[in-house]
Ligand binder design. Structure first.
Ligand SMILES: [Zn+2]
Length: 283
């Protein structure tokens, strides 16, 4: 099941490095927490503490596409292995979520790794989290822990809106986004009481910057760095305004600078459930 990994041989080394970085971080759920803004877990991750340690096979880079007519000799796609433990979740629920996940992500250009269930029903967590390292050829730095519907929405937004807007307005494609926070067991705005954040369901991502090359980025907080012009990017129009607006097509909540004092330096996007009478919140 490596349809998602479109890697050429010379790219495979890079992907493998990425995969090693994955391995280094996979012993800890802290994978999901990133420096900005500091997500201080208000609630303990008790359910995940007792999980058996697992060795998770890394996603393998797909070999170069065989010549036409040679498909019969192609090696069978390796199966992704999900961790054995269902944690504090009912096993049936975990299996159903994993099956849905595989179906949802099939054919999407995402480099991802299955993760063990986080948390428990009714609290923080999600039954079938995944770690995503690259989505639509855009590196997620550091890799984010999300649920599968979120990963699919992120893929569609990045490939259908962000990348075309980048090429049109900046004259170059985005190569990476800065993950400021993904999964975090906490309440909204890190408050001590109130509703759980969508981050607590692995259903949200905070984006602090868009990278156009190793040295050129646009931060959500501070606009474009001077290096953008040095490498010939045009910066026509307001790229950040455009991507923020476009996000509302794919996500149910989009927050950022100007929303409130909690979102001055990043975009928050999530897939909050829209119950009857509840509408998208993009502001
Ligand atoms: Zn957020």
């Amino acid at each position: 099941m490596v349809n998602e990994i479109h890697a050429q041989p010379n790219r495979a080394a890079g992907l493998f490095g990425l995969a090693l970085a994955f391995l280094a971080s996979c012993t800890s759920l802290a994978l999901a927490s990133a420096p900005i803004p500091r997500a201080k877990p208000a609630l303990p991750l008790e359910a995940s503490a007792g999980l058996e340690p697992t060795t998770i096979p890394l996603p393998r880079a797909k070999p170069a596409r065989p010549p036409a007519g040679d498909v019969g000799n192609a090696p069978p796609a390796p199966q992704r292995s999900w961790p054995k433990s269902a944690g504090a979740w009912p096993k049936a629920e975990v299996l159903a979520a994993r099956t849905a996940c595989e179906r949802m992500l099939k054919g999407l250009d995402i480099i991802w790794r299955p993760d063990q269930p986080i948390g428990e029903p009714g609290g923080c967590g999600t039954p079938a989290p995944i770690a995503i390292a690259e989505v639509a050829q855009i590196r997620i730095d550091p890799p984010a822990t999300v649920n599968c519907p979120f990963a699919a929405a992120l893929h569609d937004w990045l490939s259908q809106s962000v990348q075309p807007l980048a090429r049109k307005q900046m004259g170059a494609g985005v190569i990476g986004i800065r993950n400021a926070s993904s999964y975090a067991c906490r309440r909204r705005n890190n408050a001590s009481r109130g509703k759980l954040s969508e981050h607590a369901r692995a259903n949200a991502l905070d984006i602090a910057a868009f990278d156009f090359s190793r040295k050129a980025q646009i931060t959500v907080a501070g606009g474009a760095s001077g290096l953008l012009q040095k490498i010939g990017l045009s910066g026509k129009g307001n790229f950040m305004k455009a991507v923020r607006k476009s996000a509302c097509t794919y996500f149910n909540t989009v927050l950022g600078p100007g929303t409130d004092r909690y979102h001055g330096d990043h975009f928050h996007v999530d897939l909050m459930k829209l119950r009857p009478g509840r509408f998208k919140m993009c502001r």
